[in-house]
Design a protein around this ligand. Structure first.
Ligand code: UT7
Length: 333
C-alpha cells in the first residue's frame, strides 16, 4: 500500500483588535456600504504592538498541535508562507521553528506564493509525504497586512480588503484506504506580476533604502482590481474543472469548497458558474477580510469546528492571487 497524505488537524489565530468599516471611514474617503457591497467585508482584525507574523503563526500552530495531541518534535518538516515577514531574512519559518520549541533541527521552508500560498504548500507537503521523505508536516500561513497599507484615500481600493491572521494545518502519512489528499493543480502567469504588487524597496534601487523611500507610493500595494477580479473568477473555475476532470469527478460530487477569501462576489460567481450551491461553502471574509495565505486554513478550520465539514467529506480548496498564481487541492477529509 502506497503512502498517502491525510489532514490531521488545523488551528487558527486572529488578533483581538476589530477594525470595522466605520473605523476605516475615519482614515479615508470610503463607506461601510461601498465596502460591504463591493467585497462582502464588514470588519477585519489588525495586530497590536507585540503581535507579529511569527507570533500569530505560533498561536495557530500550537492550536493545531494541541488538537492533534502532538508536540513540536512529532513534526518533521515546516512549510511557512507570508508576504510581510518579521525580518527581511531569515524567513519566518525558522523563527516559528525556534518558538515552537523543537529539540531537533527540523527543516523550515519559506514560500512566497501570496494568496495561493496555501494550495501550493499543501501540494508540496502531499508530494513530500507520498515520496516518503517526511511523515508529518506543519503548514502555516500568517499575515500582518495592517502595518504596511496606505490608509489614505489614495490606497482605499486595496486597504479596505486586507486583514491580519494566521492559519495552520498538520498533515501526515496514511494508507491509501484512509481519507486522503487526491491531487493538486498549480499554475502561474508572471506576465501579470505588476497587476497586484509592492515594488519597493527593490534590488534595482541604489541604494536600496534611501531617505526618499518613505515618500514613494511604490512601498504600498497597488492593484488593478478589475483585472484581478476577472482573472480570479476565470482561473478558479478552470482549475477546479481541470482538477476534478483528471480525477474523474464533477463539481456536483463535492461536499464542500473552501475558496480563498478575497471578494464575496468572486466566490459567488465561481460557485454559480460550476453549479455548486452556496450552502456547500463557508466564508470568513466578512469578519477577517483577506489574510492572503491564511484564508484557506482559517476558513477550513472554522467550517470544521462548526460541523459544516465532516470527516469523509469530499472537499476542494481553491485560490487565486498576485503573480498571478492560482491552484486547487482535492481531498477526502
Ligand atoms: O486575493 C487576490 C487579490 N485581490 C482580489 O481578488 C481583489 C479583486 N478585485 C476586487 O475585489 C474589486 O475589483 C475591488 C473590491 C477592489 C473594487 O471593486 P470594483 O467593483 O472593481 O470597483 P472599481 O475598482 O471599479 O471602483 C469603482 C469606484 C471607483 O470610483 P469611480 O472611478 O467610479 O468614481 C473607485 O475609485 O469605487 C471607487 N473606490 C472606492 N470607493 C469607496 C475604490 N475603492 C473604494 C473604497 N471606498 N474603498
Amino acid at each position: 500500500m502506497g503512502a498517502r497524505t491525510r489532514i490531521v488537524s488545523t488551528g487558527m489565530f486572529v488578533p483581538r483588535r476589530i477594525v470595522t468599516n466605520k473605523e476605516l471611514e475615519s482614515y479615508m474617503d470610503t463607506s461601510d456600504e461601498w465596502i460591504q457591497q463591493r467585497s462582502g467585508i464588514k470588519e477585519r482584525r489588525w495586530v497590536s504592538p507585540g503581535e507579529t507574523t511569527c507570533s500569530m503563526a505560533v498561536a495557530a500552530a500550537r492550536q493545531a498541535l494541541e488538537r492533534a495531541n502532538l508536540k513540536a518534535d512529532d513534526i518533521d518538516m515546516i512549510v511557512f508562507g507570508a508576504l510581510i515577514t518579521d525580518y527581511l531574512f531569515p524567513g519566518t519559518g525558522v523563527l516559528l521553528q525556534r518558538e515552537l520549541g523543537f529539540s531537533k533541527p527540523v527543516p523550515a521552508l519559506d514560500i512566497r506564493n501570496q494568496c495561493s500560498g496555501f494550495v501550493y504548500a499543501l501540494s508540496l507537503a502531499d508530494a513530500w509525504v507520498r515520496s516518503g521523505q517526511y511523515k508529518r508536516i506543519l503548514i502555516v500561513g500568517s499575515e500582518v497586512h495592517s502595518t504596511s497599507l496606505d490608509l489614505t484615500t489614495r490606497g482605499r481600493d486595496v486597504s479596505v480588503l486586507f486583514g491580519d491572521g494566521a492559519g495552520a494545518m498538520i498533515v501526515e502519512a496514511c494508507d491509501e484506504n484512509s481519507p486522503h489528499i487526491f491531487d493538486s493543480c498549480l499554475h502561474s502567469e508572471g506576465k501579470f506580476a505588476e497587476v497586484l504588487t509592492v515594488t519597493k524597496p527593490s534590488s534595482n534601487d541604489f541604494p536600496r533604502i534611501s531617505d526618499k523611500l518613505s515618500l514613494d507610493t511604490a512601498i504600498y500595494p497597488h492593484m488593478d482590481g478589475k483585472l484581478v477580479f476577472k482573472n480570479a473568477v476565470t482561473r478558479m473555475c478552470q482549475v477546479l474543472i481541470e482538477l476534478l476532470g483528471r480525477n474523474n469527478m464533477k463539481p456536483s460530487d463535492l461536499n464542500f469548497v473552501v475558496a480563498h477569501q478575497a471578494n464575496m462576489r468572486i466566490n459567488q460567481m465561481v460557485l454559480s458558474e460550476l453549479g455548486i450551491p452556496f450552502e456547500k461553502t463557508h466564508h470568513t471574509l466578512d469578519r477577517y477580510g483577506n489574510t492572503t495565505m491564511a484564508t484557506i486554513p482559517i476558513t477550513f478550520d472554522e467550517a470544521v469546528q462548526l460541523g459544516k465539514i465532516k470527516r469523509g467529506d469530499l472537499v476542494a480548496f481553491v485560490a487565486f492571487g498576485a503573480g498571478f498564481t492560482w491552484g486547487a487541492n482535492l481531498l477526502r477529509f
